[in-house]
Design a protein around this ligand. Structure first.
Ligand SMILES: C[S@@+](CC[C@H](N)C(=O)[O-])C[C@H]1O[C@@H](n2cnc3c(N)ncnc32)[C@H](O)[C@@H]1O
Length: 369
């Protein structure tokens, strides 16, 4: 499947050209259908440049629903069976989009709140300040074996700008606090004005791509805008396809992607989530890390078991695997404990933990690879 494509066109047409089951990750930031009327004014009277773009206008709810169904249907078709889709929207559209997604068969994994640390104020004070957007993370079915870099997400869970305390590298939650795109990151047009009214923060895309894809994956964005998704995908060593209808955004976005270089580090590679090689007790015997007849003991217990040739333990004349035997000796309610966490081996120079011996064996395997 051809990738690294930036397409200036209508996604309703262009998506049809992509193959079935070919995309690993979709990030869609569709028109919100904001339904703004009149000019928004700041408190001191000046005009506020909100979302009042032609591409965001629809005649009626059925028209918006039809448009949404059409592009989402295509996304469903092109997404791999184990791929992920993220769709972002505000209150104006996310409930409509969510209902359509469920009708099409998408399966929801999470809804994430992007809590804006610098939201646009509600100038007139007529309602709560609208300070968040919602992202729906979904797969094609409940059976999808989707990609989730769980430990990488923990690594990223460090800076929430003071919203939570004690979150450092703990399990990532579904509220992400970050500012709207501003400063150098925000693209400006020829007159120095912001190019796009809804350019998304790079940090947001970084998180989405880091936790739900891997190096080399194809990331599709049907509503590319300033090409934030393609830019971050390229920077993170992913392939990309991005479609944008408006020539002005497309041209600026294309330049932005072309000027981007890959920067691959542990987050991009999801090194934290790489599973260590599987090592069994039999492997350890075959590699002389353990010997038949070795004495196994559980810390703080006077009970011993001895290692058999088949990798099991002989305890009082019966054969048990290391996990069942550990549970038995510790007298816990569970049938099994993780034996690697509990056993020590009696060696001439002192007791060595089984888990340390396994690590030694793992590093031997990794060195030989
Ligand atoms: C909410 S913005 C996306 C902004 C983008 N995420 C970014 O960071 O710049 C939606 C974009 O979709 C584009 N668009 C609207 N309808 C489209 C269509 N049918 N096909 C392709 N692009 C479309 C608009 O021109 C707009 O740039």
């Amino acid at each position: 499947m051809e990738s690294n494509l930036l397409i200036n066109g209508d996604c309703l047409v262009e998506l049809k050209k992509l193959s079935d089951n070919s995309i690993d990750l979709i990030f869609a930031d569709p028109p919100y259908w904001m339904r703004t009327t009149g000019k928004l004014k700041r408190v001191e009277g000046s005009d506020y440049d909100g979302v009042d773009d032609e591409w965001d206008k629809f005649g009626s709810l059925p028209e918006y629903e039809q448009f949404t169904t059409e592009w989402l249907k295509e996304c469903y078709r092109v997404l791999k069976k184990d791929g992920s889709i993220w769709v972002i929207g505000g209150l104006q559209c996310i409930y409509t989009i969510g209902a359509i997604m469920l009708n099409l068969g998408f399966w929801f994994i999470n809804d994430v709140i992007w809590h804006k640390s610098n939201p646009t104020p509600n100038f007139l004070g007529t309602r709560l300040n609208n300070s968040h957007e919602t992202l729906i993370w979904a797969t094609k079915s409940s059976k999808s074996n989707y990609h989730f870099n769980y430990k990488t997400a923990k690594e990223l869970n460090v800076d929430q700008n003071g919203i939570f305390t004690n979150i450092d590298k703990k399990q990532m939650g579904s509220i992400w606090k970050m500012p709207v795109s501003s400063g150098n990151e925000r693209l400006k047009d020829g007159e120095g004005k912001k190019l796009h009214s809804t350019q998304k923060p790079e940090q947001l895309l970084y998180r989405v791509i880091a936790i739900s894809s891997q190096l080399g994956d194809i990331v599709l964005d049907p509503f590319g805008g300033t090409m934030t998704t393609a830019t971050i995908a390229k920077r993170m060593g992913r392939r990309f396809i991005s479609i944008e209808k408006e020539k002005k955004y497309f041209d600026f976005g294309k330049k932005r992607v072309e000027e981007t270089e890959a920067q691959i580090g542990p987050i991009e590679q999801a090194t934290f989530d790489v599973k260590p090689p599987k090592v069994t007790i039999k492997d350890m015997i075959e590699n002389d890390v353990l010997k038949i007849g070795d004495w196994f003991l559980v810390k703080n217990s006077k009970e011993f078991a001895s290692l058999r040739a088949d990798g099991k333990l002989d305890y009082n004349g019966n054969a048990y695997d290391i996990h069942t035997c550990a549970a038995l000796i510790k007298g816990v309610k569970a049938d099994r404990l993780n034996g690697f966490d509990h056993w020590f081996i009696r060696k001439p120079d002192g007791d060595v933990s089984l888990s340390d011996l396994r690590e030694q064996m793992r590093s031997k395997i990794t060195k030989n690879e």
